[in-house]
Design a protein around this ligand. Structure first.
Ligand code: AR6
Length: 180
């Protein structure tokens, strides 16, 4: 499926494996332990190598002994991957939508973009946070993700370009159809 440009070319919807993106940062849909897991988290740690987990351990010890809170974001190296950094964020587990899930998911995007802007990164790639193991409905997540990025880019020149990397063309289609 061809890439789709939105928001005057500043948001690009694409399909594939996020570990191959050579952006300033790729975002990891992590859990609060920061010690790895399945899904995109597993793929990022496998491709990036041990340097990422070593840095995550230091972050846990120094800044987040109780784990990274949901909606927060921290940066590490990208190790052996072509990206320069990984920004780890923790999405909400879907509990039906009445437990603040939308605010937490929005915070994941906003905080990741803030970290990228602080690092003066030109571009950043996001997976569809929370829509796998954490069970957030893909259409509802699409609206939250799009609004969060649109809001942020309106008031910030950096990052210049945001990529939404969907693992399958079907997921990209759901996103595009939902934001309409
Ligand atoms: N590239 C891009 N997208 C991917 C890739 C990849 N290589 N692999 C999976 N996806 P998930 P969550 C998509 O489950 O729902 C982990 O165990 C996937 O198809 O990775 O936030 C963590 O440690 C889906 O659309 O993340 C946490 O415990 C999206 O990435 C928990 O899962 C997110 O799916 C986080 O669950």
């Amino acid at each position: 499926m061809a890439d789709t440009e939105l928001l005057n070319g500043r948001l690009i919807v694409t399909t594939g494996d996020i570990t191959t993106m050579s952006t300033g940062a790729i975002v990891n849909a992590a859990n609060s332990s920061l010690m790895g897991g399945g899904g995109v988290d597993g793929a990022i740690h496998r491709s990036g190598g041990a340097a990422i987990i070593e840095e995550c351990k230091r972050i846990r010890q120094s800044r987040y002994p109780d784990g990274l809170p949901t909606g927060e974001a921290v940066m590490t190296t990208a190790g052996n991957m072509p990206a320069r950094h990984v920004i780890h964020t923790v999405g909400p587990v879907w509990h039906g939508g009445g437990s603040g899930e939308a605010e937490q998911l929005s915070s994941c995007y906003r905080r990741s973009l803030e970290v990228a802007a602080e690092l003066s990164l030109k571009d950043i790639a996001f997976p569809a946070i929370s829509t796998g193991i954490y069970g957030y409905p893909k259409d509802k997540a699409a609206l939250v993700a799009f609004a969060a990025v649109q809001d942020f880019l309106e008031s910030s020149e950096l990052p210049q370009t945001v990529y939404f990397v969907f693992y399958s063309p079907g997921d990209a289609r759901v996103f595009l159809d939902t934001i309409g």
